[in-house]
Design a protein around this ligand. Structure first.
Ligand code: TYM
Length: 383
């Protein structure tokens, strides 16, 4: 039994989420979501998700994924298995500096605990500590469709190539590495090796989840019914936009650091970043994501903390100013993130090896779970 050196942070003061949007069945509450028909008898519920170690996560990661992971942890029936991973092998698909990656992995791990994941309920682990992920990756790559992978968007956007580029193009051929191209196969292995039935993610992962379902079905078709085709649980905050370019999603790759709020930002920094958020020449407040993406993004972020709809919030702020909306939003974000930040700073500064112990125990539990799958897979393949 692990004992945290710190009190567990309470992240339960989040507003009630009205509905999940799922790939196959939309707008149902988690508690009332029946397990998918094809899998309900054979497969107990398993929730899996992952995040890349690219430094301290930002508000998009938090609202689009991490907060939902904690909510699922706190509300899922007791017999639901929960696994969350720092997917460090995925990070290698773009060049990394070893010391930097080592720091980012640890920061990512500490953040998962700081937001409220409880290691006595959820398994938290580093992907690279569970070799079954890569073994299954190889096996799935023998059924994964090259045509499907070549149509996917991530390798193109990571290499700054146009969406309609083909593998025959010389720019694609010279820049593309196998690891980046087969990234979705490793992601499918992450999910399937744990027999996950549900995967909570932001909307940018929808294509990867579709590919995972397709690959699971291809494998099952050839070798028998081993993998439940997992369902995406898309967070209500499915796409939090950049504060500096509100037509793009908030991301780590944007050159302007003020475009994102990090979970460890100070109150002062949060206020500064929200104040400098790009809006338009109109100083009034209205909700119109197409014509006014900047102010609409601010209203959306506020609604994820406040629980009210963007339209209601716009009505409230109609007669006051954009500045007061920004001030209130800055306060709401800081209030919510402060306990997370404090817990994160304590975990990172902790001189005992608490984080390592949690990671080792997580790896043991995740390996044991993955080994069950791999025994079935090897048997089905004749290995
Ligand atoms: P990553 O590390 O880019 O992001 C982690 C999670 O954060 C969500 N997210 C957002 N949600 C809303 N608005 C945003 N601006 C925003 N930015 C990021 C992502 O949707 C994601 O849920 N490929 C994955 C990692 C991965 C994975 C997996 C996920 C590897 N294996 C298996 C699920 C299951 C990725 O790069 O996420």
């Amino acid at each position: 039994m692990l004992t945290s050196p710190l009190p567990l942070v309470s992240c339960r003061n989040t507003p009630p989420i009205k509905a999940y949007q799922r790939l196959t069945i939309c707008s149902r509450r988690w508690n009332s979501v029946p397990a998918p028909k094809a899998t309900s008898l054979a497969h107990p519920r398993v929730i899996f998700s992952g995040i890349q170690p690219t430094g301290v996560p930002h508000l998009g990661n938090y609202l689009g994924a991490l907060r939902e992971w904690v909510r699922l942890q706190d509300t899922a029936p007791k017999d639901t298995r929960l696994l969350f991973s720092i997917v460090d092998l995925h990070a290698l698909t773009v060049p990394q500096e070893a010391r930097q990656l080592k720091t980012w992995r640890r920061e990512g791990f500490a953040t998962l605990l700081a937001v409220g994941l409880d290691p006595s309920r959820a398994t938290v682990f580093y992907q690279s500590a569970v070799p079954a992920h890569t073994e299954l990756f190889w096996i799935l790559s023998t059924v994964a469709s090259m045509g499907y992978l070549s149509r996917m968007t991530q390798w193109k956007s990571k290499l700054d190539l146009p969406e309609d580029i083909s593998l025959e193009d010389s720019a694609a051929r010279s820049k593309l590495r196998l690891g980046l191209f087969s990234y979705p196969v490793l992601q499918a292995a992450d999910i399937l090796v744990h027999r996950a039935t549900h995967v909570p993610v932001g909307e940018d992962q929808r294509q990867h989840l579709e590919f995972c379902r397709y690959t699971a079905n291809s494998f099952n078709h050839l070798y028998g019914n081993i993998f439940p085709p997992p369902e995406a649980i898309i967070s209500p905050a499915k796409r939090v936009m950049s504060l500096k370019e509100p037509t793009l999603k908030m991301s780590k790759s944007h050159t302007d650091k003020r475009s994102r709020i990090l979970l460890t930002d100070s109150t002062e920094d949060i206020h500064k970043k929200v104040k400098s958020a790009l809006t338009d020449s109109d100083a009034s407040v209205s909700y119109d994501p197409v014509h006014r993406p900047g102010v609409s993004n601010l209203l959306e972020i506020l609604s994820h903390f406040d629980g009210r709809s963007c339209e209601d919030l716009a009505e409230e702020y109609k007669s006051s100013s954009l500045q007061s909306l920004k001030g209130h939003l800055g306060s709401q974000i800081s209030l919510h993130l402060e306990p997370i930040r404090e817990r994160y700073l304590s975990l990172i500064a902790d001189k005992t090896n608490y984080l390592d112990v949690v990671a080792e125990e997580g790896a043991r539990t995740a390996s044991a779970n993955a080994d069950i799958t791999m025994r079935r897979v090897r048997k089905a393949l004749g290995l």
